[in-house]
Design a protein around this ligand. Structure first.
Ligand code: PAF
Length: 305
């Protein structure tokens, strides 16, 4: 694995890795896994999917200050580059792109991206400026690293919708691939922020996944009212401070009254100082509802190692 800090080095290292790679009939040339580091099995699942589908895997590692609307959240965001680079190498990353902020942003730059309608609800409403920050950094990664496929977790459901929309609107020649949420064995969705919770807070946080699963079960039993599904999420627990629970369209993140199309049921809640988001996806294959609850780990996450 090559560790590089500039866009041009990342592109050259990926091209060299591509020429060194053998075979790979039908594979994409370069797959990109954008991350903010402090890797867990969710990130490793994206790397492993990219590894299967692409000849070269580039992973970006950058805690993007522009997407944090609260500066204390940026300061507290867990970081460990040594740990991450070892995990990335073991997982089969070819190029680890870890830019300093001066490489990502120039003091004189003036372009911004307004993701518009997809970014107005839920996370967009509660975290002003967040999606503008995500859109700008992701646009730079998509434009600057030469990948044909980029991998994002379904855990950040609205982010995935926003990035898909942006890539389509701006005609980026890249396929955006959404991958299932990875959960701890008791259901807690993996997030780098989980390490900031005490054992008691972690226990309380389980209200979120339990609530979402209760709603998923209701949907499988035929419930289609968004109001009732959202109520099913919060009914089970008040150990967390709920911020929102909404049913949203997978295509444009607009809020829905009824489960009648591919959608996701998303929740945001705080436990102590830690803000968490989670969701279940409702896919519609041949008119039938299929719930994507994510994938459960069999053993404790490497977050705690
Ligand atoms: O999902 C994340 O980790 C970040 O929002 C991303 C996509 C790497 C952009 O900074």
């Amino acid at each position: 694995m090559r560790v590089v800090s500039s866009f041009s080095e990342a592109r050259s290292a990926a091209t060299e890795a591509y020429h060194r790679s053998n075979g790979g009939e039908g594979l994409a040339a370069i797959g990109l896994v954008p991350t903010m580091g402090f890797l867990h099995e969710g990130h490793l699942s994206l790397i492993s999917r990219a590894r299967r589908e692409c000849r070269v895997v580039t992973m970006s590692h950058y805690v993007n200050p522009r997407q944090f609307n609260v500066s204390s959240d940026f300061d507290r965001y867990p970081r460990s580059f040594e740990r991450d680079s070892q995990l990335a190498a073991e997982a089969g990353v070819d190029v680890l792109f870890a830019p300093p902020t001066s490489e990502m942003y120039e003091p004189t730059e003036s372009t911004s991206i307004r993701p518009g309608r997809v970014a107005r609800t839920m996370e967009g409403a509660g975290r002003p400026g967040h999606f503008e920050g995500v859109a700008l950094v992701v646009a730079k990664l998509l434009a600057g690293l030469g990948a044909q496929r980029a991998y994002f977790g379904r855990k950040d459901a609205q982010q995935l919708t926003m990035i898909r929309r942006m890539a389509r609107d701006l005609r980026f020649p890249i396929e955006i691939v959404g991958c299932p949420t990875i959960r701890e064995s008791d259901g807690l969705a993996l997030s780098s922020r989980n390490v900031l919770m005490s054992a008691q807070e972690r226990e309380a946080a389980l209200d979120i996944s339990r609530g979402l699963w209760a709603a998923a079960l209701a949907a499988e039993g035929g419930e289609r009212s968004a109001e009732d599904l959202c109520h099913a999420v919060t009914a089970g627990g008040d150990g967390v401070a709920w911020e929102y629970v909404e049913l949203a369209d997978q295509d444009d993140a607009s809020l829905l009254d009824a489960l009648d199309r591919p959608s996701f049921l998303a929740a945001a809640a705080s436990v102590g100082e830690v803000r968490l988001i989670d969701n279940v996806f409702f896919d519609m294959g041949g008119g039938h509802l299929a719930v994507d609850r994510g994938i459960l780990l069999q053993s404790p996450s490497l977050l705690y190692r």
